[in-house]
Design a protein around this ligand. Sequence first.
Ligand code: 1CP
Length: 354
Amino acid sequence: MSERSQLQTGRTAAHDSAFLRACRREPVPHTPVWFMRQAGRSLPEYRKVREGTAMLESCMRPDLVTEITLQPVRRHNVDAAIFFSDIVVPLKAIGIDLDIKPGVGPVVAQPIRSRADLDRLRPLDADDVPYVTEAIGMLTAELGTTPLIGFAGAPFTLASYLVEGGPSRNHEHTKALMYGDPELWADLLDRLADITAAFLKVQIEAGASAVQLFDSWVGALAPADYRRSVMPASAKVFDAVAGYGVPRIHFGVGTGELLGLMGEAGADVVGVDWRIPMDEAARRVGPGKALQGNLDPAVLFAGHEAVETKAREVLDAAEKLEGHVFNLGHGVLPTTDPDALTRLVAYVHEQTAR
Ligand code: 1CP
C-alpha cells in the first residue's frame, strides 16, 4: 500500500469513532473521553521509557513518541490518542534556542521583544519536523479505529513563552508588548499563526484525525483585548486548516468570558475549564459547536465516590449539548493515580451507553 493510501485508511478507520462523531455533533454510542496530558506525566511506564532522555529529544524520536502516545490508550481505554509532543517543538524546529527544563517548563535563551528579534521566527515546513510525520505514520497504523489528535500552541500562548523567556504568572512583558507596540505585536502573532498553521498541517497530512489549538494562558486577557489583539491570529490558524474537514478544538484555561469569541475564531469544538458549568458554557458559545470538558483535574485526588459524583454533575450539565467530549478542565496533574483515570473512563462510558 502506498504511504498516502495507508494514511487515508487510518483516517477512514477512525471516521465513525465516538470521539469524531461527538465533534461533528452526531449521535454517539457513548460519550467519548480523553484527557489533556494523558500521555506522560502520571504514568510509571512513561517515566520508565523516558529515563535518560530529555523531553525535547523524546519528541524527536518517533519510536518513543509512538510508545508514549499509545500508553494511555492501552491503559485507560480512552476514545482518542493525543500526539506526544510539546507546543514549543515547532519553535525549536525553526532554530529558536530553547529547552524544556524539568520542573520548570519551556525556557527561551533570548526572549523575543524587538522588531529585529522577529527575523528569528522563520516559516516552518514539513522538512523541519520529519520525526513528526514519521511518528504519526507509525501511530495511525497502530491505532486502528482510535483517532489521533494533533495539536499546537496558539499564537498568544507561544508568544507568552517567547516574550517572557519562560513560564510566567502575570505575562507582564507579553502584555507590555501587546498594549505598548500593537503593530509589532500583530506582526509577531501573525508569524506565529503561520508557524502554528504549518505545524498543524504537517500533522493532519500525516494522518491526525482532529487538531487542538492550546491557548492555555489566554484567559489572562479581557474579551475586548482578545478580540482586537489575539483573535485575528487564532482565526488565521483555524482558517488555514479548515479545508481538511478535520474537527478543530480550541482550548484555554480561565476563559469563561472568552468562550463565545474562541468559538467565533473558527473552532468546531470549544474546550471548557472547570470554572463554569457545561450548560452555561454552551449558552455562551451558542449553537453549531460541540463542547469539550470539564472535570476539575484535582477531583481525581478525592476518591472514586467523589469522582463519580463530580463526573455525574458534568454529564448532567452537558446533557442537552449538541456534542460533548468528556475531558478534564485542564491537564492531568503529575501525581494523579492512573487507576483513578481508568475508572473514570469506565464510569463515563457506562453512564452514557446508549
Ligand atoms: O520531562 C517531562 O516529562 C516534562 C513534562 C512535559 C510533558 C510530558 C512537558 C513540559 N510537555 C509535555 C508533553 C505535552 N505538552 C503534551 C503531551 C501530550 C498529552 O497531552 O498527553 C501536550 C499536549 C503539551 C502541550 C503543552 N505544553 C501546553 C498546553 C497544554 C496545557 O497544559 O495547558 C503547554 C502550556 C506546554 C508548555 C509546557 N511544556 C512542559 C511544561 C511543564 C509546560 C508548562 C509550563 C508552564 O507552566 O508554563
